[in-house]
Design a protein around this ligand. Structure first.
Ligand code: SF4
Length: 380
């Protein structure tokens, strides 16, 4: 496939990082661990003659193992962590009536744009790290002991739909004494390139399961790949009623669909909540101006830089036309409906993390808080 040269922020030139990954894969002293973003699984097949939206997570797992990856995990589990942390933050702010609206923080294209154009929003943006960065921090913590014991170095590779994620992984706050939480980010297109270089017939691969303990995501974690997904996942978490009819109800409140700006009012446990879901930075700029002029008023605003969300990221196979984007979104929602676990807090692997590795270490999941360094975190 051809490559786009810029990311949606218009500032970041695409880099090809496949050589770095090959080098690590060929080095026995490295433990190379992959995380796969939700949006990648519904687009990569297009490069190999499959239809947009076809869910290929099992083939991706098989391909990564053939390439030499040691462990193959799902970024969706970190999206589940994001849902839990961000819902908690949202409820706290609502109760105090502080720093509202809460803006989401999982899209680095949007975060960078806000930092440059609307620095006054800094306190409104969620302190949650993006799923990519939560995953990276958790992985490095998880393998710390094994690294010391077997003398191998864990290299964390993220497979992402966009180039803005490369920039995010390089941000200063995501390194700890020179050790990066995410060492290399490759886009869907770069992974296609590696698969082709290795001569792997992607379409013919037998599906394989992801590894445990970080290979299990809930449906809520997977829908992060589309615009509206974060909001829907947070609503699933915040509604006290946990029935399947509530799930259906939430999917109809106006969070889904390809519109650049979606608005909805929901009732969470007796309280009226105003939400906006924006994709595309031009729409985000307009919405923020309307908020600042007092014409609009929200409690929660989800922003994704790419129109339609990550499924249309600049690192995805081309073309990302409207109809292709719609089909990929269909794949994401299908993955959610066929998932046995629909809510982030019901993901047993997430529960295990909170009872284990994350105990006293919630700082691994947040930005700009005093407890940000990897040691001495206070429970937030
Ligand atoms: Fe990257 Fe676009 Fe997703 Fe933002 S919306 S994280 S820029 S793919």
């Amino acid at each position: 496939g051809q490559c786009r040269t810029v990311c949606p922020t218009g500032a970041l030139i695409i880099r090809n990082d496949t050589a770095k990954v090959w080098k690590d894969l060929n080095n026995k002293k490295k433990r190379v661990v992959a995380q796969i973003a939700p949006a990648v699984r519904v687009s990569i097949g297009e490069e190999f003659g499959m239809a947009p939206g076809e869910i290929t997570i099992g083939k991706i797992a098989a391909a990564l193992r053939k390439l030499g990856f040691d462990e193959v995990y799902d970024t969706g589990i970190a999206a589940d962590l994001t849902v839990i942390e961000e819902s908690k933050e949202f409820i706290e702010r609502l109760e105090k009536g502080e720093r509202l609206p809460l803006f989401t923080s999982c899209c680095p294209g949007w975060v960078r744009y806000a930092e440059l154009k609307f620095p006054e929003l800094k306190d409104n943006i969620s302190t949650c790290r993006s799923p990519q960065q939560m995953f990276g921090a958790v992985i490095k913590e998880h393998y710390k002991k094994s690294d010391a014991e077997d003398g191998r170095e864990t290299i964390s590779v993220a497979i992402m739909p966009c180039t803005a994620k490369k920039y995010e992984a390089g941000r200063e706050e995501y390194s700890n004494n020179g050790v990066k939480d995410v060492d290399v980010v490759i886009t869907t297109q770069e992974l296609c390139l590696m698969i082709k270089q290795a001569g792997i017939m992607f379409g013919r691969l037998e599906e394989e399961a992801l590894d445990m303990p970080f290979g299990l995501a809930s449906g809520a974690g997977i829908i992060f790949g589309v615009s509206g997904g974060v909001s829907e996942a947070v609503l699933r978490r915040c509604y006290s009623q946990k029935t399947s009819s509530t799930l259906k109800e939430i999917s109809f409140v106006g969070v889904r669909g390809m519109d650049g700006i979606k608005e909805t009012v929901v009732n969470i446990n007796g309280k009226e909540i105003k939400m906006a879901i924006v994709s595309g930075l031009k729409n985000a700029g307009e919405l923020i101006k309307a908020i600042q002029k007092g014409e609009k008023n929200y409690d929660f605003v989800e922003v994704m830089a790419c129109p339609g969300g990550c499924i249309a990221g600049a690192g995805q196979p081309l073309p990302s036309s409207k109809s292709v984007t719609r089909q990929r979104a269909g794949g994401i929602y299908k993955a959610d409906s066929s998932s046995q676990i629909k809510r982030s807090e019901e993901n047993p692997m997430v529960i295990a993390l909170y009872n284990g590795l994350l105990k006293g270490k919630h700082g691994l999941l947040h930005n700009h808080c005093a407890c940000n360094s990897h040691s001495n975190e206070k429970e937030s």
